[in-house]
Design a protein around this ligand. Structure first.
Ligand SMILES: Nc1nc2c(c(=O)[nH]1)N=C([C@H](O)[C@@H](O)CO)CN2
Length: 120
């Protein structure tokens, strides 16, 4: 399967388990692999036949400003749902990192896969 990539998308969100985290914004970093057949877009050189990575990046960034979650797990799952409902994307590989969360770690986070991946 072909993939559309969005790597290192950064945005701020209210996210965390603890009370002090509910009063601040913290940086999140998102990597996405989106399964999509790019051949129709390539054949016609036509953006409307593919996934607009700019539109998707903006949608996720806006979503992040409007929703508050405790767990990165919840945030990751909601992004996968948004991608399916708003853009018709069935196959998603998603890594969501919270770089500032653990002092001695470069970052922490989750990686999920949803949908079918042929050819890995
Ligand atoms: N598996 C997870 N562990 C933890 C999370 C999380 O979202 N998923 N969150 C926290 C705190 O919010 C942390 O980011 C700040 O100390 C702790 N563990």
């Amino acid at each position: 399967m072909d993939r559309i990539l969005i790597e290192g998308l950064e945005f701020d969100a209210v996210i965390g388990v603890y009370d002090w985290e509910k009063r601040i914004h913290q940086r999140l970093r998102l990597d996405l692999e989106l399964g999509w057949d790019i051949r129709p877009a390539a054949a016609g050189d036509d953006l409307s036949q593919t996934l607009d990575y700019a539109a998707i990046s903006e949608r996720i960034t806006t979503f992040a400003t409007k929703h508050h979650f405790e767990l990165v797990e919840t945030f990751a799952e909601r992004i996968a749902t948004l991608l399916k409902e708003d853009f018709g994307i069935d196959s998603v590989r998603l890594t969501l990192r919270k770089p500032g969360a653990v002092a001695n770690a470069q970052s922490v986070g989750v990686r999920i896969e949803r949908g079918e991946w042929s050819g890995r």
